[in-house]
Design a protein around this ligand. Structure first.
Ligand SMILES: [Zn+2]
Length: 157
């Protein structure tokens, strides 16, 4: 591994280059953005992640083309999550800390599920990560991914 090259050390870049690992959760890949379901074990069915294709830390690093297309992309991806999960709202959260490569979490917020209220969703995330709460059913995640692929196949370029 080349430790002088941030892209060589980046988990998101590595994932984008690993077709086998990515294929399970990949929903759509374009020139600038990539939409995937959260890797399994996933905290919730429909918890998606929108990545930049280019290795960049966040909106501060956008070029003009990325800045121009980001808003529409976030809106389309959020609408997809809402439509397919049946949630009431969609949270959009990006820390860019675990990997210094923009990956926007798009989180289905169901009004009836108190685990998904504001920062409680961070507790849910940690509890699933540490096996204190069960993850979303993998079969349901697969069904979501397949439905999402069908939904975007004709309409997203
Ligand atoms: Zn990267």
């Amino acid at each position: 591994m080349d430790h002088t090259n941030p892209e060589a050390m980046c988990a998101i870049c590595a994932l984008h280059g690993d077709e086998e690992r990515l294929s399970k959760d990949l929903i759509w890949r374009g020139d600038r953005w990539l939409l995937r379901h959260h890797p399994r074990p996933a905290p919730l069915v429909g918890w998606c992640v929108l990545d930049s294709i280019r290795h960049l830390g966040g909106p501060l690093d956008f070029n003009n083309e990325e800045a121009a297309s980001w808003g529409g992309m976030v809106q389309r991806a959020s609408q997809l999550v809402k439509t397919l999960s049946g949630c009431d709202r969609v949270y959009a959260i990006a820390f860019g800390e675990g990997a210094r490569h923009l990956h926007l979490h798009l989180i289905p917020r169901h009004g009836s599920d108190q685990r998904t209220t504001a920062w409680s969703v961070a507790d849910l995330y940690r509890h699933v990560e540490s096996d204190q709460q069960p993850p979303a059913c993998s079969g349901e995640v697969s069904a979501f991914v397949e439905a999402a692929r069908r939904a975007v196949a004709d309409s997203w370029l």
